[in-house]
Design a protein around this ligand. Structure first.
Ligand code: ARG
Length: 564
């Protein structure tokens, strides 16, 4: 149930009973410091109608039919409405599951998409986990999600890599460390003329579909993809091989993309390259920026492939929405391909195209996150360290655990901490990667939430209570109970905001507030030492909190342990 929407509808209905110009623009927000929710819209409506806002608010209150939802509504300040939710209403909301969207959309989520020439490094963390969270949330809401891993598996580097692979003998041993494999072949390329020439020929052969070159290329891609796949598994990311739809899969359509643009009179040759000029893209000096779709040597570009991908996703997959998760530096690229698609009629299902950019992950010094030696940090290495640090934290907290359990916990907590630290930041900004902050039981961290969850489980274990056998609903009585119920009830509003705006940090903030609210409740409202009805309703609230924490973390792709 969507509380904000329900409240706005009621308030708008009350507005509608008045003779006011224009429609009401009611905004309901969660403001626990002012009741539970606060609505505005009265002030601007009063201004438009030339009325006193407090008078209008008072009149509105008389017309407002809200007694089934709210236990009180008050006019505050210059004309805000402060709303306190009724425990009986909260009880019905909290028995609910994740709300299913009124209309299920087909949503293509384009995420992770590393360049397969190299091993996944920290730069791929954000596109992988933010995209995965979005895919999970949309799916949970009943949308048909189509994951697309638009990997970089085509282009000139592959000529070099394939040649090097052939020269060095195609053992998986040579490729165990993709990063150094890439470096070695690059060194050879720069130093050895003959090698460089053969590499260039390999690119031509690859693009012409020469079977041997294709086979060597496919072998390389296989190995690189299995590197990615093991990272996805470790990260608890839902991408599987069938979601891979790399750049190479659009190769056959690229000449047709160019022909179509040509037929529509959109192409202009500039310096020998085929370009689309759209007047909305200008340099600072006012010159129109070209979108290059074919180089003078006939080669295609990143943009050409993305245009073909839009044709496929809207023409074949029938997308209603396509979400792209890449770093913010690609913003112009996406603006351009969206605009060219619109101009050329490539968006065949009129899908909403949304680039969801993210900022960089920075080291403690505020510079891009690097190793001490200044090279890129491989994602595997980052995850190894996370598990190591988590193991230390766990041993400090509980020295009684056996090694097997420590290992399992350090995976859940270490990987969870890294993911959460990232997902909890507003994706549009850069953030400082800080081990000590994220692997801690204090603050807005995964371990804090995981610990809150285990504390709830231990209530049930200690009391020998089967949580599943409890009633599904309960009506809060004491204020800490009610505040906890208010917090639980905001889950679906939060998920809706996440899926429309694409901001996982809203879910993280929500879970953090929920856990904090639970801590307060837990201190003030004894559970197991209470009896009868009081005990039962507190158990129900504790169980609802536990379920919501677990479900919320699962949507972030973070596991919970049962004890720690
Ligand atoms: N491979 C690209 C990169 O590493 C990201 C691809 C994103 N998706 C897309 N359809 N362009 O930057």
């Amino acid at each position: 149930m969507h509380i904000k929407e329900t409240l706005s509808q009621r308030i708008e209905a009350a507005f509608a009973q008045q003779e006011l110009a224009g429609s009401a623009m009611v905004q309901v927000s969660s403001r626990p410091e002012h009741g539970d929710y606060q609505a505005n819209g009265v002030m601007s409506a009063a201004k438009r109608a030339g009325k006193n806002p407090r008078d209008l608010a008072g009149y509105l209150l008389e017309k407002l039919s809200i007694a089934d939802i709210a236990s009180s509504v008050e006019v505050a300040g210059p004309g805000f409405l402060n709303i306190r939710l009724a425990p009986a209403y909260l009880a019905t909301v909290n028995a609910a599951q994740i709300d299913q969207a009124a209309t299920s959309q087909t949503v293509v989520v384009d995420y992770s998409a590393p360049n397969l020439a190299k091993e996944m490094h920290v730069g791929h963390l954000r596109s992988t986990i933010i995209g995965d969270c979005m895919a999970r949330v949309l799916e949970a809401q009943g949308h048909q999600v189509i994951r697309q891993n638009h990997v970089g598996d085509w282009g000139t580097q592959f000529g070099m890599l394939v040649t090097y692979l052939n020269d060095s003998g195609a053992s998986s041993q040579t490729l165990a460390d993709l990063e150094s494999f890439y470096r070695q072949s690059k060194t050879q390329f720069d130093q050895d003329q003959d090698f460089a020439n053969r590499s260039r020929q390999a690119v031509v052969a690859l693009q012409a579909g020469d079977p041997d070159t294709r086979e060597a290329w496919a072998h390389f891609i296989d190995i690189s993809m299995s590197h990615c796949q093991s990272i996805y598994q470790r990260l608890n990311v839902t991408l599987t091989p069938e979601h891979t739809q790399g750049e190479s899969t659009y190769n056959h359509d690229l000449p047709a993309v160019i022909e179509d643009l040509e037929a529509q009179g959109l192409l202009v040759v500039s310096d020998g390259a085929q370009c689309v000029f759209l007047s909305q893209f200008k340099t600072k000096k006012g010159e129109i920026l070209p979108v290059i779709v074919q180089k003078s040597d006939g080669g295609y570009l990143y943009a050409t492939t993305d245009l073909a991908a839009i044709r496929y996703r809207t023409g074949t997959l029938n997308a209603d929405r396509i979400l792209y998760f890449t770093d913010a530096r690609q913003a112009l690229h996406f603006k351009q391909i969206f605009a060219v698609s619109a101009e050329a009629g490539f968006n065949r299902s009129s899908a909403q195209l949304e680039h969801m950019p993210f900022g960089a992950m920075l080291g403690a010094d505020g510079k891009p996150f690097k190793t001490r030696a200044g090279s890129v940090v491989k994602l595997t290495e980052l995850l190894d360290e996370a598990e190591l640090r988590a193991a230390q934290l766990i041993k400090e907290k509980n020295s009684q655990l056996d090694p097997q359990e420590i290992q399992t916990l350090s995976r859940i907590i270490g990987i969870g901490a890294v993911k959460y630290a990232d997902l909890s930041k507003n994706r549009t900004s850069d953030y400082l990667f800080d081990w000590d902050q994220m692997i801690s039981f204090e603050g807005n961290t995964a371990p804090y939430l995981q610990y809150a969850y285990t504390r709830i489980q231990s209530v049930f274990t200690k009391g020998g209570i089967d949580a599943e056998a409890l009633p599904k609903q309960t009506v809060a009585v004491d204020e800490p109970e009610r505040l906890l119920a208010v917090s639980i009830a905001a889950f679906n509003d939060t998920l809706r905001a996440v899926s429309t705006e694409g901001y996982p940090h809203l879910l993280c903030n929500y879970l953090y507030v929920l856990a904090t609210q639970f801590t307060r409740f837990y201190e003030l409202c004894p559970i197991l030492s209470s009896a009868g009805e009081i005990r039962e309703r507190r158990l129900v609230l504790a169980h609802q909190t536990g379920c919501t924490l677990k479900a919320g973390l699962a949507l972030l792709g973070i596991d919970v342990p049962n004890r720690m």
